[in-house]
Ligand binder design. Structure first.
Ligand SMILES: Nc1ncnc2c1ncn2[C@@H]1O[C@H](COP(=O)(O)OP(=O)(O)OP(=O)(O)O)[C@@H](O)[C@H]1O
Length: 279
């Protein structure tokens, strides 16, 4: 469809806004040959001029897969994620095979055992977007094709990467429960607090921020039960330790001392050092 035919009078569009990021508006006049801008009216009645992004029709609002949108651009993505989160408290949305997750900063009742079993043995597209659906897909691909699978979890500090990785591990632990040594999956899950005690610190973005990248390998037997796990750390971020916050109890002189302080704090839950960091 050509540019003039898309921008008709009454077409709803997104325009950038320094406070709300994107604001909804409507064209008060259709595009005519030679126009260098479009005439817009915002929802509050004010008028503007510009070259805006087209809005999707209402029936696509809250769509669970971003690739289903007619117009895929930044305001459409943000609007869809926002609508799903605010209207239905839904934090997960697909973008094809990628899962987009919003950190709700509160415990939602979507991670219990019955939910895990509901996702077990289901196809990714048949269920609502969820970290368990992605974990199930990886588990299924591994068991069907006998091939190693990888989940890449990325995002800014505090986005919920560590939490997502833990939910995925919990899924594998329950669905691929260990054979013989029934405590194996518990051991895999129980390793997290110890690793976090040595490798995490408080930053301005996240009270329990991982200060290193993690490559977690979960090993399965030929019957697809968990038989072990290994973790490799990388990107240790010494440069992020800057200064000590609050009344000094210890002077943090080295990374090792800082690590020890935090580890003691996390393991004993007594007051020790707090470390600040930059993101
Ligand atoms: N799905 C979720 N449900 C509830 N709370 C969550 C969820 N995901 C994250 N959180 C909360 O947000 C906090 C920050 O998440 P997390 O530590 O996983 O972020 P991160 O992306 O790993 O950050 P960093 O890169 O700084 O380590 C967690 O301590 C947890 O309280």
């Amino acid at each position: 469809m050509g540019f003039p035919r898309l921008f008709l009078q009454g077409t709803r569009v997104w325009i950038p806004d320094c406070l709300e990021v994107w604001k909804s508006a409507e064209l008060t006049r259709g595009y005519e040959e030679g126009d260098s801008f479009l005439h817009l009216r915002l929802e509050d009645g004010s008028v503007r001029q510009g070259l805006p992004f087209l809005r999707n029709p209402d029936y696509l609002s809250g769509e669970n897969d971003l690739v289903a949108l007619s117009y895929l651009h930044e305001p459409a993505v943000l609007h869809t994620l926002r609508a799903r989160f605010l209207e239905t408290n839904t934090i997960y949305t697909y973008c094809g095979i990628i899962l987009v997750a919003i950190n709700p900063y509160k415990q939602l009742p979507i991670y219990e055992e019955p939910v895990i079993y509901a996702y077990s043995d289901q196809n990714m597209g048949d269920m609502d977007p969820h970290i368990f659906a992605v974990a199930e897909d990886a588990y299924k691909q591994m068991s069907r094709n006998n091939k190693n699978q990888s989940l890449i979890i990325s995002g800014e500090s505090g986005a919920g990467k560590t939490a997502s990785a833990k939910y995925a591990m919990r899924y594998f632990a329950l669905v691929g429960g260990s054979l013989g040594d029934s405590s194996m999956e518990e051991k895999v899950l129980a390793s997290s607090p110890i690793m976090e005690a040595f490798g995490n610190a408080k930053t301005t973005r996240n009270d329990n921020s991982s200060r290193f990248g993690k490559y977690v390998e979960i090993c399965f037997s030929h019957e697809y039960h968990i038989v072990g796990a290994a973790m490799k750390t990388y990107l240790l971020e010494k440069s992020r330790l800057t200064f000590q916050v609050g009344p000094p109890l210890w002077v943090v002189q080295s990374w090792e001392a800082a690590r020890l302080g935090w580890a003691l704090y996390r393991t004993s839950q007594t007051r020790a050092v707090e470390m600040d960091g930059r993101t």
